[in-house]
Design a protein around this ligand. Structure first.
Ligand SMILES: *Cc1c(COP(=O)(O)O)cnc(C)c1O
Length: 384
């Protein structure tokens, strides 16, 4: 019997998510409403003390709002890693500012704090670390550089739910803002969606105003005047970045199930690590405590002594009915970024080398033990 194709990624949606969505639809709340508010409250409970959360319709929207609220403007520079998805950098351009890319650390996938320091200029306003695959960036060093040069830190935590850094959950570190993505394939999924968290009241307020057309509903509270229900004031040309309740309904259940979903990804990562230890591959970097990694992605890097190159490996996996992917094509290789800033491939040598060797294997909670065995068998066959 021919086995069916094993996709690279699948969301884990069950009857509970479906029931919660149906309930929203029966209640007639399609857009932002009680479920979105409940999801924000649940997120605060999960992260604990002093955090405010702002639900948005994508991680990209959250990053854009955070930078806008920080006042990033034309001519400013924002340092980020070249080894990320374009969303991290495009939002900097939306504000007329320039991303300044840095290379990753030797042997790893996350930004090199020394490279961040070297990239600081008089125009640098902020730094965006990306917790690649769900492995925490070296935040202590990044905070030190940020402090020395008075830079705001905005974490791109699209992969990092739940990730821990030195015992703290990502989302609770003292950054200006942390942004999670609930895109269909992310660790918890709402189809499209995201959550911005911050400890800064002014920043939270600005993001809430700007996520919905620049409408400020709090102006009246300030003057303690009775506000008629129909009245509002527009204080800026805001965006349309609010999360609909249909999405929040899925998110509420996914957040409740987060530990279980994460637990399954941990098991799969552990199984892969053990199975691939003697193959000509570099295993993904992992923190001392395996559980601190969100394992959104499991990225192997083929070594020089591997019998095939990365592209052939992917074709061979495909022939065996297994989907894979590549994370990421470094931004400096994409036409827009390359041409705008005149990059050459060798400008970021470590990222380039990573990219040429990298292949992401399926790692999602819906995979059965049989699926995991199939991936392991295929990888061993191709690389042995
Ligand atoms: C997915 C992703 C985003 C964007 O999230 P969306 O919710 O799809 O907008 C940002 N950064 C990284 C690193 C991502 O992988």
């Amino acid at each position: 019997m021919k086995e069916s194709f094993l996709p690279f990624a699948l969301p884990d949606i069950g009857d509970e998510e479906i029931a919660e969505v149906v309930q929203s639809m029966r209640a007639g709340w399609l857009t932002t409403g009680p479920k979105t508010q409940a999801l924000e409250e649940s997120f605060v409970k999960f992260l604990g003390k002093g955090v405010e959360s702002v639900a948005v319709n994508s991680g990209t929207a959250g990053l854009h709002l955070a930078l806008e609220a920080l006042g990033i403007s034309p001519g400013d520079e924002v340092i980020t890693t070249v080894y990320t998805f374009t969303a991290t950098a495009e939002v900097v351009r939306h504000l007329g500012a320039n991303p300044v890319f840095v290379d990753v650390v030797m042997g790893g996938f996350n930004m090199n704090p020394a490279a961040v320091e070297a990239a600081v200029t008089e125009r640098t306003r902020a730094v965006i670390p990306v917790h690649f695959a769900g492995e925490a960036c070296p935040m202590k060093e990044i905070f030190q550089v940020a402090k020395r040069h008075n830079l705001a830190v905005v974490e791109d935590a699209a992969h990092a739910l739940p990730t821990r850094y030195n015992g703290s959950i990502i989302g609770a570190l003292p950054s200006e803002a942390v942004v999670f993505s609930f895109y269909a394939t992310k660790p918890i999924a709402t189809g499209e969606g995201g959550m911005l968290v911050t400890r800064n009241d002014n920043l939270a307020h600005r993001c809430k105003v700007m996520r919905l057309h620049g409408i400020d509903r709090d102006v009246f509270n300030r003057y303690q005047t009775e506000r008629p229900a129909w009245y509002y004031e527009v204080i800026a040309p805001g965006f349309k970045y609010n999360m609909p309740d249909i999405a929040a309904a899925i998110g509420l259940v996914q957040l409740r199930r987060m530990s279980a979903l994460h637990g399954r990804r941990l098991e799969i990562a552990q199984g892969y690590d053990e199975a691939f230890i003697n193959l000509p591959v570099t295993l993904p970097p992992r923190p001392d405590n395996h559980e601190d990694h969100a394992w959104h992605l499991y990225v192997l890097r083929l070594r020089d002594n591997a019998p095939v190159e990365r592209d052939t490996f992917i074709e061979e996996m495909n022939c065996r009915g297994i989907g894979t992917s590549v994370h990421f094509i470094p931004l400096h290789l994409h036409p827009y970024w390359r041409d705008r800033y005149g990059f050459k491939p060798e400008d970021f040598p470590i990222a380039l080398d990573c990219y040429r060797r990298a292949v992401s294997l399926p790692i999602y909670s819906k995979m059965t033990d049989g699926d995991v065995e199939r991936v392991i068998k295929a990888v061993r066959e191709i690389l042995a």
